[in-house]
Ligand binder design. Structure first.
Ligand SMILES: NC(=O)c1ccc[n+]([C@@H]2O[C@H](COP(=O)([O-])OP(=O)(O)OC[C@H]3O[C@@H](n4cnc5c(N)ncnc54)[C@H](O)[C@@H]3O)[C@@H](O)[C@H]2O)c1
Length: 248
């Protein structure tokens, strides 16, 4: 139990904070003076993490715009401010090309894409009122490459588009918007594949490596960046190709 955080520490809201990268981020930030609010659908595990962090848990389905508004309001009511939102909750794709169904496709997108957009939208008024803040999206290497998990990768590509498009517009409000794109990470989401991945010689980062990178990015002044993080390597912004419209 880390106990209650300093009354004047910065405040982070972390979606998907009950497990894996979100739980590690909640614990790391709480251990370094942040006050932490956790938004998740998994009440039992999120409550345990929030208790451990001396933080707040608010039952939240990120796919609901109302739930996102609610968790931001609860966070501000509890702590009086909001400095950073880590938009981290996601699920593996619920279908692929061969077992496609519109419902399962929507189930994927409503969490992995809508959930981030709604979270961003819900936080903006508070961040603007405060004169700035930081929105950090957990993307994936699948958003930079392709993946057999086609619609998960589609959502993660879209999040990079969101960052590149919205970050310049938010600069005037002193709101930074970035994304971290981890490679493979040893979390419950990957549990069923872990043995196979290791057998193929692939390295898995530990969740706290990603959490440490998230802490680094939250302290970084840059915006609109797509950060990459792989096991044992420091996080670094990715250089994306710049393509310009050709003047006539
Ligand atoms: N594990 C990896 O290898 C890996 C690699 C790259 C990116 N990521 C990304 O990291 C993030 C965290 O993944 P993880 O591996 O820690 O997964 P995880 O399954 O351990 O944790 C995800 C959390 O999100 C919550 N969640 C799921 N749907 C939700 C919803 N609708 N509303 C609220 N909460 C919801 C779950 O309850 C869980 O606590 C995700 O964005 C994932 O895409 C993971």
């Amino acid at each position: 139990m880390m106990g209650r955080q300093a009354a004047d520490g910065p405040v982070a809201l972390i979606t998907g904070g009950a497990s894996g990268i979100g739980a590690a981020t909640s614990r790391r930030l709480a251990g370094h003076g942040w006050r932490v609010a956790i938004a998740d659908i998994d009440t039992a595990r999120a409550t345990a993490v929030a208790d451990d962090c001396g933080g707040l848990f608010v039952a939240t389905d990120v796919a609901s715009a109302d739930d996102n508004e609610h968790v931001v309001a609860c966070t501000v009511e509890e702590f009086g401010r909001l400095d950073a939102v880590v938009l981290n909750a996601a699920i593996a794709g619920r279908c692929g090309l061969d077992d496609f169904s519109p419902q399962r496709y929507r189930d994927t997108m409503r969490t992995d894409l809508d959930g981030v957009v709604y979270g961003l939208h819900a936080a903006l008024p508070q961040l603007r009122r405060q004169g700035g803040g930081h929105l950090l999206i957990t993307g994936s290497i699948a958003g930079l490459t392709g993946s057999p998990d086609v619609f998960y990768a589609t959502a993660k590509h879209a999040l990079i588009g969101l960052v590149r498009s919205a970050a310049p517009l938010l600069e005037r409000d002193h709101i930074r918007l970035n994304t971290i794109c981890p490679g493979l990470v040893n979390t419950p989401a990957l549990a069923s594949l872990r043995t196979t991945l290791l057998a193929h010689g692939l390295l898995l980062a530990e969740p706290d490596e990603v959490a440490a990178a998230i802490e680094t990015i939250l302290a970084d002044d840059r915006t609109g960046q797509v950060w990459s993080l792989q096991a044992g390597r420091p996080a670094a912004p990715v250089e994306l190709p710049e393509v310009h419209l050709i003047p006539r």
